[in-house]
Design a protein around this ligand. Sequence first.
Ligand SMILES: C/C(=C\COP(=O)(O)O)CCC[C@H](C)CCC[C@H](C)CCCC(C)C
Ligand SMILES: Nc1ccn([C@@H]2O[C@H](COP(=O)(O)OP(=O)(O)O)[C@@H](O)[C@H]2O)c(=O)n1
Length: 300
Amino acid sequence: MTLLSSHLMLFSAVHRRPPPTFFPRCNPSTSQTVLFFCSPVLPPVRLGQRLRRLVAAAAAEDLLHNAGATVAVLGGAFTLVRGFDELTRRNILNQGLSRKLVHILSGLLFLVSWPLFSNSPKARYFAAFVPLINCFRLLVNGLSLASDEGLIQSVTREGDPLELLRGPLYYVVVLMLCALMFWRESPVGVVSLAMMCGGDGIADIIGRRYGHTKIPYNKKKSWAGSMSMFCFGFLISIGMLYYYSVLGHVQLDWASTVPKIAFISFVATLVESLPITEVVDDNISVPLSTMALAFFTFHN
Ligand SMILES: C/C(=C\COP(=O)(O)O)CCC[C@H](C)CCC[C@H](C)CCCC(C)C
Ligand SMILES: Nc1ccn([C@@H]2O[C@H](COP(=O)(O)OP(=O)(O)O)[C@@H](O)[C@H]2O)c(=O)n1
């Protein structure tokens, strides 16, 4: 039982009525702790006023916390894209590799940033604001309403702004959906992004370089690419879930979780290898199939 919930029980005992339901679910601050010990002696009216002031202070603290995290993660997003654009301009990285590293790092670093936000139920909306802003950025540049050359060069294959409206746009929409629908409490969003960002991203890099033996049913994909997607997708999923479990966001039975993640990684890799890219982009088919399977596997 948290200090806050025991305080609310005490409130009910002292004032013989249910505590106010507007109390935000956030960590009790110092002022809440002080009130906890003062509440038996305060008159109900003054306690109500103090509670309202306390709630306002806790809400303001939470808002400041999440706003700061949002600004930091937004800054990270812009810096990442600008940094890889600079590496491409200086010919340190070729555009194809730069784009794939942006593909891998954007989503995985976004996942790593989720614990920066507060414990309030609203935190996921602040986090989802970051891919939402990038969604607008991709739309504006993809429709040539603006021209951020750094974004276009580091995110497209051939430098055509219209490319921004396909893979990259689907990618940031998936990031937003995972933050809103699953957030930190469920392994579903974590595994889906690990497979889309880590697995699918590494498949491109390994497959282009070492993918000489093609898959019989899809000559555009290779065994090397798919096997790297499975291995890296599995390892990144386990690593991210371990990170979230150490921080207390998920409690997992690892004996059953590891084989589940292996199975999900295998199916996601199989979906990515199918010759369906002309019909549905990998940034849709891979995360959606992973979400569906992970949801069924972990929530049934
Ligand atoms: C290149 C990208 C997708 C293309 O996928 P594909 O066609 O190769 O399959 C990724 C586009 C990334 C986007 C422009 C920036 C997204 C930033 C993200 C929402 C937040 C990152 C925060 C973190 C702290 C860096
Ligand atoms: N399973 C895979 C995936 C990609 N690849 C290689 O990576 C290239 C790009 O893969 P892709 O079309 O899935 O690229 P994205 O849609 O992920 O950007 C392919 O043309 C292959 O050369 C592979 O060999 N095996």
